[in-house]
Design a binder for this molecule. Structure first.
Ligand SMILES: Cc1cc2nc3c(=O)[nH]c(=O)nc-3n(C[C@H](O)[C@H](O)[C@H](O)COP(=O)(O)OP(=O)(O)OC[C@H]3O[C@@H](n4cnc5c(N)ncnc54)[C@H](O)[C@@H]3O)c2cc1C
Length: 380
């Protein structure tokens, strides 16, 4: 079995497939976690999902993190913590209510926080907050650390600097892949190459790059009040298209999250930009994010910014990932297009790929993610 791509999806699949007895080799054009997985915040978050398949899958994704953590597979790599979705303006209150109702319908435990509860739970962090929902059952996992854990405990081979240029056919059937170093034979192939998966599809516009810029501060060390989980602005829900709303540009939008990291630092994110220019950050975006962050949590102004970085998410045309058997093949699968949700969904999708490939019943319904919804594109 060959897996193309050593991001969180490919490495999770490699772990579960090797556990199921497959001999797995993972090929990466660069190195494990070289793509979006290494440039992400690690929100394992149901709070940030659109109602429907993604929200349902995120609930299952967070549950699997908890199970793997208990079983020793991801111990210390997953931290449970709530997310606070915060409204600071009156017109955001109906949006917050609607999102809360959708989360409740998906079976997520929530607590409504009015002004008084906010003071108790978030203290002096966000004095301007009018109301919030505390979304319980969320968590945090650092993508590259999850990948490294799977690499260490899984019985599979990872080859770096092994870009896959295409599928290798014999008598009309895939018998492996073509790499920069020659052919690699395989009885089955899983394409989990993030935005690199686009080159395995016939049409170019199914997967598009969505850049995200993130900011890391120094440690708070008493200057920033502590709070138990990330603050997510209502505007984030608009920026990600989770809730409908006006005023958001599709080509570049800002959705504020202030994430208290275990190190005592704060991660401030992020942008969603139609751009493939992965490494670059810009003053305008950083200025806007910092200004929104300080307006929600004024004590942040006393901290220095240590680092600003950017990564590229692989977004699909309809906002849902693509997972399943690649049409016209009986031994080539694809799992890609996780946009801003792949850290949350990575292990779950890795397990789903193992179940699909082994012909086992699936733990979750992935019919909405079928590659068949893009018939013109799945031509490899
Ligand atoms: C700024 C930012 C913030 C994010 N925050 C979060 C978050 O808080 N929570 C969350 O759930 N998600 C988040 N995400 C999204 C998450 O990082 C991605 O959805 C996830 O990492 C995708 O994993 P993947 O394995 O599909 O792809 P990737 O991690 O991109 O891995 C693909 C791998 O394939 C390799 N590759 C590509 N082409 C080829 C080829 N032809 N041959 C061989 N190898 C190839 C690449 O080198 C890469 O290593 C964020 C993303 C960004 C950019």
């Amino acid at each position: 079995m060959i897996i193309v791509g050593a991001g969180i999806v490919g490495m999770s699949a490699a772990y579960f497939l090797s556990q199921a007895g497959w001999h797995v080799t993972v090929l990466d054009a660069e190195a494990p976690a070289a793509g979006a997985t290494g440039a992400a915040d690690g929100a394992v978050s149901v709070a940030s999902k659109k109602a429907g398949p993604l929200m349902t899958l995120a609930v299952a994704g967070a549950d699997l993190y908890r199970r793997l953590s208990k079983q020793g597979v991801l111990t210390d790599e997953f931290v449970s913590r709530p997310t606070f979705v915060v409204a600071t303006e009156k017109h955001e209150l109906p949006l917050l209510e609607r999102h809360a109702a959708q989360l409740r319908e998906a079976g997520v435990s929530l607590r409504d926080l009015g002004k008084q509860d906010l003071d108790q739970v978030l203290g002096a962090v966000a004095p301007g907050a009018m109301a919030a929902i505390e979304v319980q059952g969320d968590g945090h996992a650092i993508g590259y650390k999850v990948v490294e854990r799977f690499r260490r405990i899984g019985s599979f081979i990872v080859k770096r600097n092994s870009a896959v240029g295409g599928l290798w056919y014999r008598a009309g059937r895939v018998v492996g892949v073509e790499t920069q170093h020659g052919h690699e034979p395989a009885d089955a192939v899983l394409i989990a190459a993030g935005r690199g998966s686009a080159s395995f599809l016939g049409a170019k516009d199914v997967i598009r790059p969505r850049k995200g810029q993130l900011i890391i501060t120094e440690r708070g060390e008493g200057r920033m009040p502590l709070f138990p989980g990330p603050l997510m602005s209502c505007r984030y829900l608009l920026s990600k298209g989770i809730q409908p709303g006006a005023g958001e540009s599709r080509s570049r939008s800002f959705g504020l999250v202030i994430d208290p990291l275990q190190t005592g630092q704060f991660l401030i994110g992020g942008t969603r930009e139609d751009s493939a220019d992965g490494g670059s950050t810009d003053v305008e975006a950083v200025r806007k994010l910092l200004s929104e962050a300080v307006s929600l949590a004024p004590a942040l102004a006393s901290l220095r910014v240590l680092r600003v970085f950017a990564g590229i998410r692989a977004a699909t045309r309809d906002g849902l990932p693509i997972v399943g058997l690649l049409a016209a093949h009986d031994n080539v699968w694809i799992a890609t297009g996780f946009e801003g949700d792949g850290i949350c969904l990575g292990p779950l999708i890795g397990q789903v790929c193992q179940q699909l490939i082994c012909g086992e019943p699936l733990d979750v319904d992935i019919s909405a993610l079928s590659p068949k919804r893009f018939p013109e594109a799945i031509a490899a």
